[in-house]
Design a protein around this ligand. Structure first.
Ligand code: NAD
Length: 507
């Protein structure tokens, strides 16, 4: 995610007391939104929505299952068939989605608070980064959709061949908990702009903003049945959606393990389109040829610890030439020590809670095993704020990591940075590419031709030169190798949510 996400505590926000007061009053909605109505799961089952901020139960959430997914897909199909949305002109869909973006901004504080309480990120980030990025995303696809032209093929004079774009139909979106609202927006905004109907399955750890977003879409004028949400567990609601015979495509952000299952479900059901944004273990190379070592090291560490390290593209493998290695380690350790976890509802906090207690245990497990494997712990390595009942882990840095250790190979998805010293540029690139993942990669150098040559050699969907995580909605986002196959964002995402049709006319 981008430099935008490198959130500084914003001064224009009100204080922690305001947010705590609002948190005491806020209404939570945990039911499914199907065919324009809030409904309980047909089974009546619910699960607790627990806040990682302090461990309290925020509300009960409907545990959607196969019956609810069937209802939602039927509603989406019926809306698609009668063309209440797909049949609207692009300019009409644009106006509705613009109204939706305006409503998102109007509900900025509420959405930010729901996100923070649900998954633990600092309120300053939820409010000024996530909500704004979500509104901008809907706005961007709204603006784009009435500016696209279709094509006529260069056939012989006796024929006319039209190449047109059509919506897929019923789109299933399954999203994770680290950027719950934003990953939902990256899928639903292009899907809706193209005229599809959507069934969204949010992560069980963070369902609240997805439900609220769909309510606001309805209020903005998106017709009933076009944007449905079924919260629930991955193995039930998620599986039912991915196995459904009447879903035309599954658009997924989440782990590589789940991505594998979705491919299998598609193969065993209706061969639906499957777009996968999966995990990462992104390398970030600092070369001695970069003049400002301090700048590179600070930016690299800040990127790593952004969003508590729960970022798919986090630069978790810091590959450094030996001649500058000692200095880089000192600086990244210093950044880690400065960035202590705090109350996510305090606008000055930059490091919030991990998504839940299980995930905090998982991260601590990685830390323990890295020590046992011989990596050198130079910062962090402990939990924090245990008295709050929340799930906090201190930013952690390991030095002298070898690329074959578990900590360098597996995705921790938490605030743990591994420093891998190397002898030269050749070894740096070889280590960078030695990973099953290929989401992001970074290189810091002042040598222009090295920058170009190395970026060509790095096997990743996104390469950053002399920065990390910078981006906006205009560029495609996704991975190669086991980091996935689809692309979110930019005009390229529209290809994922449409089919090309050829109409050949004999003149
Ligand atoms: P996850 O794969 O466990 O869950 C993601 C979603 O899949 C959730 O909604 C979950 O309920 C659902 N799910 C789980 N099992 C399922 C099944 N059998 N069938 C259908 N759906 C199922 O991932 P997570 O732990 O929530 O998220 C973290 C992962 O997401 C990390 O690997 C991270 O790298 C990845 N991620 C990738 C990107 C990207 O753009 N590449 C962005 C953010 C997160």
């Amino acid at each position: 995610m981008s430099g935008d996400y490198m959130v500084q505590a914003t001064t224009n926000l009100v204080g922690a007391a305001y947010w705590r007061g609002r948190a005491d009053e806020i209404q939570f909605e945990g039911r499914c939104l199907i065919d324009g109505k809030m409904v309980e799961a047909q089974s009546g089952y619910t699960f607790d929505c627990v806040s990682p901020v302090d461990g309290r139960v925020l509300t009960k959430v409907s545990a959607g299952g196969e019956a609810d997914v069937n209802r939602a897909v039927a509603a989406a199909r019926s809306a698609f068939r009668d063309r209440r949305w797909s049949g609207q002109s692009p300019v009409s869909r644009k106006r509705t989605l613009q109204a939706f973006a305006a409503l998102i901004r109007l509900h900025r504080d509420e959405l930010a608070l729901l996100e923070t309480l649900d998954m633990g990120k600092p309120i300053s980030a939820s409010r000024s980064v996530d909500v704004e990025a979500v509104a901008s995303c809907f706005e961007w696809y709204a603006e784009a959709i009435d500016k696209l032209y279709e094509q006529i093929a260069p056939t012989a004079e006796t024929d006319l061949a039209l190449i047109t774009r059509e919506p897929l139909g019923v789109v299933g979106a399954i999203v994770p908990w680290n950027f719950p609202m934003l990953t939902a927006a990256w899928k639903t905004a292009p899907a809706l702009a193209c005229g599809n109907s959507v069934v969204l399955k949010p992560a069980e750890q963070s369902p609240l903003t997805a439900i609220r977003l769909a309510q606001l879409a309805l209020e903005a004028g998106v017709p009933e049945g076009v944007f449905n949400v079924v919260p629930g567990l991955g193995g039930s609601a998620g599986r039912a959606l991915a196995c459904h015979m009447d879903v035309d495509g599954i658009f997924f952000t989440g782990s590589t393990a789940t991505g594998r299952l979705l491919t299998e479900y598609a193969a065993k059901s209706n061969l639906k389109r499957v777009c996968l944004e999966l995990g990462g273990k992104s390398p970030n190379i600092i070369l001695a040829s970069y003049g400002d070592i301090e700048k590179a090291a600070v930016a690299s560490a800040e990127s790593m610890f952004n969003n508590q390290g729960e970022v798919c593209i986090a630069p978790s493998r810091l590959i450094v030439e030996r001649s500058i290695h000692k200095r880089v380690v000192e600086i990244v350790a210093e950044v880690a020590k400065r960035r202590q976890p705090g109350d996510p509802l305090d606008p000055t906090t930059r490091m919030g809670a991990l998504v839940d207690a299980n995930h905090a245990d998982r991260v601590m497990g990685f830390i323990g095993r890295a020590k046992a494997d011989g990596a050198t712990l130079v910062a962090g390595g402990t939990r924090a704020l245990t008295e709050t009942g929340g799930s906090y882990v201190v930013p952690t840095v390991f030095d002298n990591v070898s690329n074959c250790m578990e900590i360098a190979r597996d995705e921790v998805f938490g605030p743990v940075l591994s420093v891998i010293p190397v002898a030269n540029v050749g070894e740096a690139v070889a280590v960078a590419n030695d990973s099953p993942y290929g989401l992001g990669a970074g290189v810091w150098t002042d040598r222009l031709s090295d920058a170009h040559k190395i970026s060509r050699e790095l096997r990743a969907g996104v390469v950053y030169v002399n920065c990390y995580n910078d981006c906006d909605i205009t560029t495609p986002f996704g991975g190669v190798k086991q980091s996935g196959n689809g692309r979110d964002k930019s005009l390229y995402a529209l290809d994922e949510y449409t089919e090309l049709k050829t109409t050949w006319i004999k003149l």
